[in-house]
Write a new protein. Structure first.
Length: 252
């Protein structure tokens, strides 16, 4: 492969919740794995506070069974993408040597505008955003070393749309890459508000012809969104285009 991925054989994607790997980077992950690049996905939380789409799974919302179900959805999606995992931050091998396992939980969010999220009002002490960035970065660095990664990829600085867990993961992944050290790249997605995406320093992958191949991974996350044509409709009714054109920017 060329560009950002020239000479790269092993990539780790660092995500915040189950389904982020598919919605934000699924087409790119599948593109890499089908070009013989090994991909592992590390997820910070189990999405304990996620909403559930109306229907038969709606009874899971707010129950301990939801995170178990979401882990199952993540497992199925990763298989469809050809990626390794699930691996959870805080669980070995994604835990700093000598520390007992730690569970990072979903921090929650609120919608500030129809397309921009912000922090909720009640993130608890175990929430991912409550964790010191250095501790979480040490956990991720431990995984990157164990997995012999060549590159780590996560969100850009605003988390894509402002979710506090996404923003936190951006900073955690950058610090982890500096610790190892190895290159860090951020995903630049098509903006949800329809504005033109940034171009400076971004390598774009147009994967719009991969819709059919990506569909099994998308459908695996049935508790979180439904697929309507080329859009995903979330549990709260928000609609966004599927990220079939994805940009990657290496950061110094």
């Amino acid at each position: 492969m060329t560009g950002v991925f020239e000479g790269v054989r092993r990539v780790v994607f660092a995500h915040a919740h189950p389904d982020d790997e598919t919605l934000a980077t699924g087409a790119l992950i599948q593109h890499l794995t089908r070009h013989d690049v090994a991909v592992a996905v590390v997820t910070a939380t189990r999405g304990e506070r996620g909403g559930v789409v109306p229907g038969p799974l709606e009874a899971l919302a707010g129950t301990p069974e939801l995170d178990v179900h979401r882990v199952g959805e993540l497992t199925a999606a990763l298989r469809a993408l050809g990626a390794e995992g699930p691996f959870f931050l805080g669980d070995p091998p994604a835990r700093a040597t000598g520390l007992a396992p730690r569970r990072y939980t979903d921090s929650g969010m609120r919608w500030v505008t129809p397309s921009v999220a912000g922090p909720g009002d009640d993130a608890g002490p175990d929430a991912f955003t409550s964790a010191p960035p250095d501790e979480a970065a040490a956990d991720l660095a431990s995984f990157l070393t164990w997995w012999r990664a060549d590159l780590v990829i996560s969100y850009e600085s605003d988390g894509g749309y402002g979710h506090p867990d996404h923003v936190h993961m951006h900073h955690v992944a950058r610090r982890a890459a500096e610790r190892v050290p190895l290159p860090f790249a951020e995903v630049v997605s098509i903006p949800r508000d329809g504005t033109a995406p940034p171009q400076h320093g971004v390598e774009w992958f147009d994967l719009t012809d991969r819709y059919d191949q990506l569909l099994p991974a998308l459908l695996a996350h049935a508790s979180q969104f439904t697929v309507t044509g080329r859009d995903a409709v979330h549990s709260g009714g928000q609609r966004e285009p599927l990220q079939l054109r994805t940009g990657v920017r290496l950061k110094a």
